[in-house]
Design a protein around this ligand. Sequence first.
Ligand code: NAD
Length: 268
Amino acid sequence: MSAVIVTGGAGGIGRVICTRLHRDGNKVVVADRDRAAARAAAELIGCDFEELDIGEEVSVVTGVNAVAERHGGLKAVINNAGIHMQSLVVETSAVDWDRIFRVNSRGTFLMCREAARIMAQQRSGQIVNIITKLGFGNPFSSVYVSSKNAVWGLTQCLAVEMASSGVRVNAIAPGHVGPGTGMEAAFRAKADKLGKSWEDFEQQVISTIPLGRWCTPEDVAGGVAWLLGPDTTFVTGEMINITGGFQAYAAAPRDDDVRTAAEKGPNS
Ligand SMILES: NC(=O)c1ccc[n+]([C@@H]2O[C@H](COP(=O)([O-])OP(=O)(O)OC[C@H]3O[C@@H](n4cnc5c(N)ncnc54)[C@H](O)[C@@H]3O)[C@@H](O)[C@H]2O)c1
């Protein structure tokens, strides 16, 4: 059975994706730039690992090809590794812009390219890019959101380019997966910048999510497992939103009363 590489597989969401895919019977490879964390996660899960920095072209080319050789091919690559920063556009340096894009956009492009080269030869395979649904003119998130929007463009182009090779390419756009992930620090920094306590900030976030709770890493892993499952053979070039309704609600008038009225029901 060929391998499933999960980049950033030692992190908050990545480790849960690895655990879920391993449980589903996949031959998972935890790929992370943090070797010790990758090894520890792999030992815990009972799977393979690869030290791989998506910001470095040589590391990506070497790492992806080594995994494919070791496991007799690639079933899927889950491009989950990503970094974040909180800053207003007027405060953002070009160095910071390049740093985030180097990992989130360029790094994901490199992974997609290497995976696509191997999968084209196999005439099978899936690429899943983890992007975000935290856009919508979200203050302090311009660099991150821009870098993820670039990946959404890449996802659609690659899906079309690879379709005739039997390779599918999709994106998963999670909503707010704060607690227990690397993003929690970013959310806490944002609460500080807004002068809010964590509790008030959390309440504000959750008030914009119709299903009334944070997204969990398990919710994201469930989406990845579905894409890798047997029912998605006609799904490519798509963005799967896992936002608890945030995606739909964000388009509605920004008025808490709207949600409160909806909760009371039509006859109130
Ligand atoms: N947490 C959220 O709220 C949220 C929401 C939407 C999307 N996402 C996306 O989900 C993905 C995972 O987020 P998370 O919150 O679990 O992050 P995390 O910080 O918990 O984990 C990220 C992992 O990626 C690894 N990594 C970072 N740079 C790397 C590189 N250059 N090469 C290889 N590995 C690298 C880190 O070592 C870490 O193990 C990211 O792409 C993030 O943008 C997160």
